[in-house]
Design a protein around this ligand. Sequence first.
Ligand code: PRP
Ligand code: URA
Length: 210
Amino acid sequence: MSEVHVMDHPLIQHKISYIRREDVGTKEFREVISEIASLMCYEATRDLKLQDVTIKTPICEMVGKELTGKKLAVVPILRAGLGMVDGMLSLIPAAKVGHIGLYRDESNGSTTHEYYCKLPFDIANREVIILDPMLATGGSAVKAINIVKKAGAKQIKFMCIVTCPQGLKAVQDAHPDVDIITGAIDEGLNENLYIVPGIGDCGDRLFGTK
Ligand code: PRP
Ligand code: URA
């Protein structure tokens, strides 16, 4: 079974409470989503491999550490995952970026449609972190992980900001090898399959489309 990491760092918890407020406007919402993503990047990259490297400081020679092993790719699920990309790249600027376009059917919420996919050509040789602020029913996450696996990726993590038990279960059932990093696990879903209490429609709030 995959692991679920809840980021309980006070800065992350504070910022999530801030964006939950309905009167937070698009500009601030976007800025804070990006800040949360960069803070969460620490946890998502905690197990990156290091190797010894001999370096010379202005004082003397020493053995330090540097990153080794597989390179990274981040894959935002459009649209809302886009809001997390800059925050991630501020800490891992060399990561490649793939894009997967998915939307939930407005009429029933439980069907997910794919409309775009462009992944790094060498994704099979990279560690992949899929980004989406919301993991609700899990339909989008499960589909995105399917797509990335089909492209050859083997080491995959899923990073979201808010989720609920139903979304976690869906991803863990379908992809027990994919760890999930989240900022909060909310109560559940309402009749429209929105997370309760949640943050509302994340894509609309990020891009000001409603
Ligand atoms: C939202 C969100 C996730 C998805 C989560 O996207 O950004 O991708 O819903 O819900 P699920 O876990 O039930 O699949 P949406 O379909 O609203 O598209 P958008 O980001 O383009 O607005
Ligand atoms: N997508 C969102 O943007 N918000 C939810 O609560 C669920 C899915």
